[in-house]
Unconditional design. Structure first.
Ligand code: HEC
Length: 148
């Protein structure tokens, strides 16, 4: 009986918004980690697109898949109340313009999914073109909502 009650409580906690179970500093660390992982993989794609490393369509697709699976995990790292609590480059405007921020986040999700889709065709020119559109999605948000 007690065990049943406990697992029900765990389920409820899992479904609750990030801040109900985490301190602001944990939420900040989560979003910075997600961004670091995205940046790690995106940087490798950038190097290939710029010809700094050898073009490798299979590696490109593998990294594009990783980014496409990370992108939908970003938004919960911006839970209300996580504007401060640890060192952060996130601007306070995020939480006062959440609808606009969400539209930029949803563009990231769309563009990274398109990147992963096109990567599996192996069409180099299309992959490079979609890489640029994805980079623009990063920039659109960083320009407005991230400190330099
Ligand atoms: C919807 C807005 C948004 C989009 C889109 C976005 N970012 Fe970010 N990113 C942020 C914010 C805000 C921060 C600062 C987070 C903080 O310091 O708390 C950040 C931080 C980062 C960091 C620094 C992480 C750290 O703490 O060291 C990297 C790297 C990064 N983003 C890469 C990317 C890349 C690459 C893309 C596109 C593929 C991207 N971001 C798209 C909002 C965004």
């Amino acid at each position: 009986m007690k065990a049943t009650f406990l697992s029900a409580a765990v389920l409820v906690a899992t479904a609750a918004p990030a801040l109900a179970q985490h301190k602001p500093e944990q939420v900040i660390h989560y979003r910075q980690s997600a961004m670091t992982l995205i940046g790690w993989n995106f940087g490798a794609l950038s190097a290939m697109v710029k010809g700094k490393t050898t073009w490798d369509a299979k590696e490109f697709a593998m990294r594009a898949d990783r980014i496409a699976s990370l992108a939908p995990q970003v938004l919960e790292g911006f839970a209300p109340g996580s504007d401060k609590g640890a060192k952060t480059e996130a601007k306070a405007g995020i939480w006062t313009s959440m609808d606009d921020f969400k539209s930029k986040d949803s563009n990231l999700v769309d563009q990274t999914k398109a990147l992963a889709d096109v990567a599996h065709t192996g069409d180099e020119a299309a992959m490079k073109a979609q890489f640029k559109k994805t980079a623009q999605a990063c920039k659109d948000c960083h320009d407005k909502y991230k400190e330099d």
